[in-house]
Design a protein around this ligand. Structure first.
Ligand SMILES: C[S@@+](CC[C@H](N)C(=O)[O-])C[C@H]1O[C@@H](n2cnc3c(N)ncnc32)[C@H](O)[C@@H]1O
Length: 200
């Protein structure tokens, strides 16, 4: 992206934030370094489709493509129509879906349920209770392939979603100081410990 379109995206993002602060959850798109950190942490190296939730104007989508992830592998679900329209024009070979990333069965359909190598999650969830967040991520883990993971953009100093024993564990990247505000990538991995389903 050029500096001019970066500024244009910043203005568009900020204007949308003024109208829907809770839905957007950030005043500006994530920085390139932060997007790279997110993509490096995502399990895109295993075979299978990749799901992006809350792509905004596509900064993480761009980082996925820059890493060499084939556009045909990527599904990006964005709730805000004006953003989804931009994404469809900007990334014509990515599967951009305008819809609710919290309800994958409704947005993607139930039969057959697609399972993903990686889910890159950027939807604000701070207004949800912890138990709701854990239930949401447990549902996402049902959509992951073996070895797949979920990565989350968040500026909270502690894990926004606490581990669910037998389902997922949590770790994080170092803080990326160039982001506004500085933030970490939270990495949720399948729990293969003794409480995991099928483990002995
Ligand atoms: C914090 S912004 C992140 C945008 C971009 N990924 C970035 O890092 O700059 C959150 C995005 O999630 C979108 N969003 C909010 N609720 C959503 C939902 N239920 N389903 C899908 N996207 C949603 C917002 O419209 C916004 O684009």
């Amino acid at each position: 992206m050029t500096e001019t379109s970066d500024r244009g995206d910043f203005a568009r993002f900020f204007a949308t934030w003024i109208r829907h602060p809770l839905k957007l959850g950030a005043v500006a798109p994530s920085s390139p370094a932060y997007c790279r950190t997110m993509v490096e942490a995502a399990a895109t190296g295993i075979e299978g489709p990749v799901l992006e939730l809350g792509p905004g104007l596509g900064v993480v989508t761009r980082a996925l493509l820059d890493k060499g992830v084939e556009p045909s592998r990527i599904t990006s679900i964005e709730y805000e129509k004006s953003f989804a329209d931009v994404l469809k024009t900007r990334f014509p070979t990515v599967n951009v879906v305008e819809g609710d990333g919290f309800d994958l069965d409704k947005t993607l359909g139930t039969a057959p349920k697609t399972r993903f190598a990686a889910i890159l999650f950027a939807i604000p969830i701070l207004n949800m209770a912890q138990a709701q967040r854990q239930a949401l991520f447990t549902r996402y883990f049902e959509r992951l392939l073996p070895g797949g993971n979920l990565t989350q953009l968040s500026y909270l100093p502690t894990a926004p979603v606490k581990p669910v024993p037998g389902v997922f564990t949590v770790s994080s990247s170092p803080i990326v100081w160039s982001n506004i505000p500085p933030a970490r990538v939270w990495i949720y991995s399948q729990d293969t410990g003794p409480r995991a389903a099928g483990a002995r």
